[in-house]
Design a protein around this ligand. Structure first.
Ligand SMILES: Nc1nc2c(ncn2[C@@H]2O[C@H](COP(=O)(O)OP(=O)(O)OP(=O)(O)O)[C@@H](O)[C@H]2O)c(=O)[nH]1
Ligand SMILES: [Mg+2]
Length: 228
């Protein structure tokens, strides 16, 4: 196992709530904050069955759902303290099933950062990340949109069918980080979300104060790295 960049995570989760549900998930009522924290809109994309909902539910509620219930669209909200700043995260968990492909453009439009998930046990889902990336770039029209390539189901190493080198190569080609996660064991789940949110935060700061981030490298807040 190789870790090119180690991220220091200093987050404390404060509040969480599910905004609209397809599952009977718990809803924690949130206290009204004194000032509105910055809102980051994350979209989960990827083929059906790769673990987008499982990752989201682990991040939100620290639980793993064994049953596969295909998603239409579910949204979640959570507050975290990231590097000393309280931020609010809206997560839109989209449908991977092809039946819902036609409505993806609308969902993608509202996204500010994307977790593009495939399963390391399913090469077809890895191939599909290419199409998701193209669709996101077309809809957002922004090559620097915060984006993470996520190889999920790392606990199923013995069933691995997507070579690690191929994953790293694709991420390097796209100049985005690559993270391997397990929604089952929770391995790297926080890292995946928080790496993306950090990048979204940095990009917004760059947009607000372009003089502070004059070149593309500075604006591209996601280093090309692997977290495996
Ligand atoms: N072993 C293992 N199983 C996982 C993992 N993540 C998800 N699964 C299982 O894979 C199946 C599909 O997971 P979901 O999270 O529902 O997949 P999805 O990407 O949301 O699928 P759609 O909603 O149809 O797009 C479920 O049975 C999960 O329990 C993981 O990291 N490891
Ligand atoms: Mg789902």
């Amino acid at each position: 196992m190789f870790s090119a960049v180690a991220y220091q995570l200093s987050s404390t989760f404060l509040e969480e709530q599910k905004l609209c549900c397809g599952r009977g998930a718990r809803v924690a009522m949130s206290k009204k904050p004194a000032a509105q924290p910055t809102l980051h809109k994350v979209i989960m994309v990827g083929s059906g069955g790769v673990g987008k909902s499982a990752l989201t539910l682990q991040f939100m509620y620290d639980e793993f759902v064994e049953d596969y219930e295909p998603t239409k669209a579910d949204s979640y909200r959570k507050k975290v303290v990231l590097d000393g700043e309280e931020v609010q995260i809206d997560i839109l968990d989209t449908a991977g099933q092809e039946d819902y492909a036609a409505i993806r453009d609308n969902y993608f439009r509202s996204g500010e950062g994307f977790l593009c998930v495939f399963s390391i046990t399913e090469p077809e889902s890895f191939d599909a990340t290419q199409e998701f990336r193209e669709q996101i770039l077309r809809v957002k029209n922004d090559e620097n949109i915060p984006f993470l390539l996520v190889g999920n189901k790392s606990d199923l190493g013995d069933k691995r069918r997507v070579p690690l080198d191929a994953c790293r190569e694709r991420a390097a080609h796209w100049q985005v980080p690559y993270v391997e996660t397990s929604a089952k064991t929770r391995d790297n789940v926080d890292k995946a979300f928080l790496t993306l949110i950090r990048a979204m935060s940095a990009q917004k700061r760059g947009q607000m104060a372009p003089a502070d981030a004059p070149d593309a490298a500075a604006r591209c807040s996601l280093p090309c790295c692997c977290i495996v």
